[in-house]
Design a protein around this ligand. Structure first.
Ligand SMILES: [Fe+2]
Ligand SMILES: [Fe+2]
Length: 297
């Protein structure tokens, strides 16, 4: 892989044309001064916020049966829509994650990898995890009596946030190493948001669902750690010509074993509006060693 940091014709700094610097420095003097300290714009922002419509609302249940389930939960004081909103958010994010990893595979083909950088197989493994998480969440939404095709308020917010990530990864001038910075942001967010899902499901007393979310969180931790290591190896290569120099710290869940993947059959679907029950299972995914744990680099 070509080093990302190379000298070129970047003219953004003043040092490239020092003789013109005094002229450039006249610009602030030519610019009309504003009065005040930003108080006015702050007041303006607050005004806009007060009159703004919600970014999105929760969709109403799609059928009378779903309405009954939702209403019952709400009457019991369990605001199930909080969980539904966050599950909808994660489902949208996981779907987007699948596309991001697909695009990363293209970047790998175009730019190549580096010592201790990602392999195609590793990117595809994560791609498959994200896809499986998406299907799981879609089925959980159905089990909650919600419409998995609806964009919930939190899904809308996260989609706006993810816009920048898509812009980075889909830009052909941004190489694989630079694109990994964007996927690192995605995995960091994903880790925290899966953690929230685990806590929410536990809070609602849906322990089996919480366990299932925990398995996804464990897989997301592995994704994050892998991406961190790829980024570190690239930096290490660039700075020291030694992929290992910055890789002193190996996170324990990557070094040895990873959690068993969730079987789609174990998803607590069972039809719309049903109480979620079920058990996790295993499915073939990636290379495994003798005890079923997946090998990681
Ligand atoms: Fe994810
Ligand atoms: Fe992930």
């Amino acid at each position: 892989m070509k080093n990302t940091i190379e000298l070129g014709m970047n003219r953004s700094g003043m040092a490239t044309a020092p003789r013109l610097a005094p002229e450039a420095l006249q610009v602030p003097r030519l610019t009309q001064k504003t009065q005040g300290d930003g108080t006015e714009i702050a007041a303006e922002r607050i005004d806009y916020c007060k009159s703004a419509e919600p970014v999105a609302t929760m969709p109403p249940p799609g059928s009378l049966k779903e309405l009954a389930t939702t209403t019952m939960k709400l009457l019991k004081g369990e605001k199930a829509i909080v969980l539904t909103d966050k599950v909808g958010e994660r489902m949208g994010f996981e779907r987007g994650g699948v596309r991001l990893y697909e695009a990363l595979v293209s970047k790998l083909e175009a730019y190549g990898s580096w010592e201790r950088g990602p392999t195609r197989q590793e990117l595809e493994d994560i791609y498959r995890d994200e896809l499986r998480h998406f299907h799981l969440l879609s089925e959980v939404l159905e089990a909650l009596g919600a419409d998995p095709t609806a964009v919930t308020p939190s899904a809308e917010v996260h989609d706006v946030m993810a816009h920048g990530l898509r812009m980075v990864i889909s830009n052909p001038a941004i190489n694989l190493q630079q694109s990994l910075e964007a996927i690192l942001v995605a995995e960091l967010v994903d880790n925290d948001c899966w953690q929230n899902l685990v806590r929410l499901a536990s809070g609602y007393g849906e322990q089996q669902l919480a366990n299932r979310f925990q398995q996804c969180l464990d897989e997301e931790r592995v994704h994050l750690s892998r991406v961190r290591n790829w980024v570190s190896a690239a930096l290490s290569n660039d700075a020291f010509n030694d992929a290992k120099k910055l890789l002193q710290h190996v996170e324990p869940w990557v070094a040895a074993e990873t959690p068993k993947p969730i079987s789609r059959r174990g998803v607590p679907a069972g039809g719309k509006g049903r109480k979620m029950r079920g058990h996790g299972g295993t499915s073939g995914r990636g290379k495994r060693n003798g005890n079923g744990a997946r090998k990681h680099r």
